[in-house]
Design a binder for this molecule. Structure first.
Ligand code: NI
Ligand code: MN
Length: 225
């Protein structure tokens, strides 16, 4: 499994020969101006929730690539009405796709579309493929529900928001990593706008002091599991 950070909360996963794009927000992110939206590959587009900083480029990429959008029922209905291919899920549900197994799990946040229409409830994803398992938390507060994850799943890596203000900050993300029993964390949802700028060295040091590893990739950088 290859994971590429595309800025803010956008990731591209390569699993089982498929390209999975998560929460594409690239054209609106000045920090990601070197990423060419029009050349990104996508077989699937996963959307955690309907906020602009997670869906901005989803429609254009889905039209160009024919990618299947996977999200909650309300977000999927929104895209189906635009004629796009989409697979609806809801919290607690799993489905086996061509790339592997996906579970849509709880997140504590909101999920309105940019025009104010209802975007259902926000979520996160647990993806199993190529014998690796990744948890992508989405925008979320620290929540006790995270303790349910290790009851069924041994995570190889977790992607957690660390920017604070709109989501968990670093201190809560460290507690989250205890809840999910995963010490290998990729941080996201930081630095994009003023409210979520963080001190990288301090964040890494705080994780290190708890015996955990916080990875911060530069935009366009990848890691391999
Ligand atoms: Ni959000
Ligand atoms: Mn967000």
């Amino acid at each position: 499994m290859k994971i590429t950070f595309l800025g803010h909360a956008c990731l591209q996963l390569e699993v089982g020969g498929f390209h999975i794009l998560v929460d594409p927000f690239i054209s609106g992110n000045p920090l990601a101006s070197h990423i060419q939206v029009d050349s990104l590959k996508a077989d699937f587009i996963l959307l955690t929730h309907a906020h602009q900083d997670h869906i901005l480029d989803a429609e254009s990429i889905a039209r160009r690539t024919g990618a299947k959008i996977v999200s909650n029922f309300e977000i999927v209905t929104h895209y189906q009405e635009k004629g796009l291919d989409a697979h609806p899920m809801n919290h607690g549900g799993s489905w086996t796709f061509d790339f592997g197994k996906l579970k849509y799990v709880n997140a504590i946040h909101t999920s309105g579309f940019p025009d104010g229409s209802y975007g259902g409830q926000p979520g996160g994803f647990i993806i199993e493929g190529e014998h690796k398992t990744i948890y992508i938390a989405g925008d979320t507060a620290l929540t006790q529900d995270m303790k349910l994850i290790p009851m069924q799943t041994r995570l190889d890596i977790a992607v957690l928001p660390i920017g604070d203000n709109f989501t968990m900050g670093v201190d809560d993300a460290i507690i989250a990593s205890d809840f999910i029993e995963c010490d290998k964390i990729l941080g996201y949802h930081f630095d994009t706008f003023g409210f979520i700028e963080i001190d990288h060295d301090q964040a890494k040091r705080k994780f290190f002091e708890k015996g955990k590893d916080l990875m911060l990739l530069s935009i366009g950088e990848s890691l391999e599991l």
